[in-house]
Ligand binder design. Structure first.
Ligand code: MOS
Length: 750
């Protein structure tokens, strides 16, 4: 689509900002500059910093789900060798901060709200001494008879509320549309809780210098995390510095500060020496954010031509009492398909499990997989190809709201993906294809994820020697921030990547967007672009040409009638440092902005056991300008692997007796491993979205998971005719409904 460029992000003029970005550096599948450090084990992660005099803290977790801590018997462990202190400060047992909250919620320290809630920290000379004492620390509870409150709105004690974070979308009369429909589905699905399960466990080393605090940690959003920790400790935010150059994954679990950061800071202040707190894998599972389990009712009403006249998507999610966050299950349903008669609604049940918060693609991850499975059910009822059903139902503007779309590559994704995948070979009806003991089937699903742009700053310095430095507190959580931000500066300043030094993950630098919501690259990247714009203006003046005529290539500047000069000469011994600032422009509200795509899966279902293997997957994605084809592809791949987990294996299992998380490690919580992940093809579609960001790029980090599990579930149905409406599709759910395994043989005999 074409947008007046004056509407873009408060730009005063109508120059096409991309005119001079033709060097072809942006978009290239360049390696990440920090890659060699990571594979050689020399990139320093949070727990690996060597700080003189540092002692070790281990969190002690509550072993009840509801009650009060009445006594902590410190003396029982203080006499142990190496044990320095047992600290139970109200601040460190607070819940983790939600993303971009900039503050941590209050909480009565003595009150236990879920099994696994931190209640104390044991500090010792060595990690082993601290862990041993933490396990031995006697804690008495009162009122510990409270049963865990389950995820069941009918159970006593469960309060169901409308969340403050989202309003229902209502239009027309859905009930009437369901009655009038030529074809309809009215189905209930459920999805379980998920863990982020980032590779690097949460860890913080805290040290005080006077009244200033320095944290080495693993966080996603440093400029917010500084405020959160300051809020917890009653400090002013400028007294806190966070250093996190490498972050081993986050997926939402490190958006806000978690207990180990607060505990380390408090202990370090109390003891007057640096303290390191590293969570064990089990502690990460038990105490930090989980994705809520959901129950979802989807109603689809279609006319005789297969056009939606009604759409309902209602979800029940959960969280602790008082938490604002409610998994925004219907987020993409709002804009994806038509149907003027609609009801989209999320309700939240208050239960006693650890805080529910953002886990990769909050909302779409579980909302899309259910919506897309229900769409498959509708396509079957109507008797049309599921791709055709989707293409027929793409509205001209967002239903009810009436907002126009900025750009939408869904049709192209469905068509190009289908072609590459070989969709034509799919059988319309289930149980048509056998390979030995395996039923074979294919499924499709749309992908959609809202696009967000958030405020960000970055500084770019063009140095006297003609090299450049990019500085921002933007994190790189394994996504490619270093590479992408370097590419943008390289593109704008005509420098090879080797001449651009990118410094990230330290709050001494200007506040970037942080890594969350798929907005890091486009937001902080746009700030880098603006900083370079300002540098280009100065260079043009020095050279004696108009800024738009300035061409920078390989360290040379030319433009207009000016004679070309080397950057180094032009700078005349002076650095030029400029800060770029980006904030959401008018287009943020004026357009519905989203990244789109399509998933295709081929699965095999064992005819006798119900075991499901994904045989191959294809994903085609359109998310505006591709900033780095390699890192973008990796995000899509990773997302689709998450989709396999969500479809087949991942599920938080809580003990109904005491509320503890049973599968609290990677041995028991099953993320897909190599043997579960087949060949995956990723197609990146060519697109520009001028409304989305000055870079004309949209977010991609979370897109690959948004609907992927739906394609797999649909393929399972197409293979064996079993429609499981409860994720994950484990074989115990498939087995009872499997058709006669010899049926195909009977067919063949006919
Ligand atoms: Mo994301 S779930 O905003 O890290």
């Amino acid at each position: 689509m074409h947008l007046p460029l004056s509407d873009m992000y408060n730009q005063p003029d109508e120059r096409n900002l991309l005119d001079h970005m033709r060097q072809g550096v942006i978009g290239q599948p360049l390696d990440r500059p920090e890659g060699p450090l990571k594979v050689s084990g020399t990139a320093t992660y949070a727990a690996e910093w060597r700080i003189d005099g540092c002692v070790e803290g281990v969190l002690v977790l509550a072993s009840i789900s509801q009650g009060q801590v009445s006594r902590i018997d410190r003396d029982a462990v203080l006499a142990r060798e190496g044990v320095i202190a047992v600290i139970a400060d109200p601040a460190m047992t607070r819940r983790p901060a939600q993303g971009m909250a900039a503050k941590a919620p209050q909480q009565d320290a003595a009150k236990v709200e879920y099994f696994g809630q931190p209640v104390a920290l044991v500090v010792a000379q060595t990690f082993e001494q601290a862990r041993d004492a933490a396990l031995a620390l006697p804690i008495d509870y009162t009122d510990a008879d409270g049963d865990p409150v389950p995820f069941d709105p009918a159970a006593p004690g469960v309060k169901v509320e409308a969340p403050s974070s989202s309003k229902p979308v209502e239009g027309g009369d859905l009930d009437q549309a369901m009655q009038d429909a030529a074809f309809s589905v009215d189905v209930e699905y459920d999805t379980p809780g998920h863990a982020s399960a980032a590779m690097e466990p949460h860890a913080t080393i805290a040290q005080w210098q006077g009244d200033s605090l320095i944290l080495h940690g693993s966080y996603q959003m440093l400029s917010y995390n500084v405020k959160e920790i300051a809020d917890c400790l009653g400090l002013s935010a400028d007294k806190v510095r966070i250093i996190a150059p490498y972050v081993g994954g986050g997926f939402g679990s490190k958006l806000g500060i978690t207990h180990e950061a607060v505990a380390a800071a408090i202990a370090a202040r109390e003891l007057g020496r640096p303290v390191r707190v590293v969570m064990s894998r089990q502690q990460v599972f038990q105490t930090v954010m989980r994705r809520s389990e959901t129950r979802q009712r989807v109603r689809l009403a279609a006319d005789p031509a297969g056009r939606l006249i009604g759409l309902g998507h209602e979800a029940l999610v959960s969280n602790l009492p008082g938490e604002k966050f409610a998994e925004p299950v219907t987020q993409a349903t709002e804009f994806l398909y038509g149907g003027e008669n609609r009801l989209l609604k999320v309700e939240v049940a208050r239960i006693s499990r650890m805080t529910a918060g953002s886990v990769r693609a909050p909302g779409e991850a579980v909302g899309m997989q259910v919506l897309e499975a229900a769409m498959d059910e509708l396509a079957e009822k109507i008797g049309i190809d599921p791709i055709e059903l989707r293409k027929r139902n793409l509205p001209a503007e967002v239903p009810v709201a009436g907002t126009p779309y900025s750009s939408r590559m869904l049709t192209q994704a469905l068509e190009q993906g289908a072609e590459a995948f070989g969709w034509r070979a799919r059988q319309d009806r289930p149980c048509q294809t056998r390979d030995g003991d395996w039923w074979i089937g294919m499924g499709v699903a749309s992908a959609a994820r809202v696009n967000m742009m958030v405020p960000a700053k970055a500084q770019v310095t063009l140095k006297a020697d003609g090299s450049a430095v990019v500085e921002s507190d933007q994190t790189d959580i394994g996504t490619g921030s270093y590479a992408i931000l370097g590419q943008i500066a390289g593109e704008m300043l005509g420098l090879p990547m080797a001449r651009v030094d990118v410094k990230l993950g330290d709050t001494v630098h200007p506040a970037g967007a942080g890594s969350g919501g798929s907005f890091g690259a486009i937001s902080t990247g746009s700030a880098v672009m603006y900083a370079c714009e300002a540098i280009r203006a100065k260079l043009a003046k020095a050279l004696g040409c108009e800024t738009e005529d300035l061409a920078l290539k390989d360290g040379m500047a030319s433009g207009g009638n000016a004679s070309p000069r080397a950057l180094r000469d032009l700078l005349n011994g002076e650095d030029i440092a400029e800060t770029g600032t980006i904030k959401p422009g008018k287009t943020a509200k004026a357009f519905s902005q989203a990244s789109y795509g399509a998933f295709f899966a081929e699965v095999a279902v064992h005819a006798f056991t119900g075991e499901v293997r994904v045989r191959r997957m294809t994903g085609a994605f359109g998310f505006g300008r591709v900033l780095n084809a390699k890192t973008a592809r990796s995000q899509c791949l990773g997302g689709m692997v998450w989709g396999i987990g969500s479809a087949l294996t991942e599920e938080l299992a809580f003990d109904t007796r005491d509320g503890h998380l049973v599968n609290h490690d990677l041995a028991e919580y099953h993320v897909p491993v190599h043997a579960d992940v087949p060949a995956i093809e990723v197609i990146l579609l060519e697109e520009r979205d001028a409304a989305a960001s000055p870079l004309q790029a949209k977010g991609v980090g979370e897109l690959g998971i948004c609907g992927a599990a739906g394609a797999i579930a649909n393929a399972v149905y197409n293979a064996c005719g079993v429609r499981v409406r409860s994720f994950p599709l484990t074989l115990d759910k498939i087995l009872p409904a499997l058709p006669d395994p010899f049926a195909r043989r009977a067919d063949a005999a006919l």
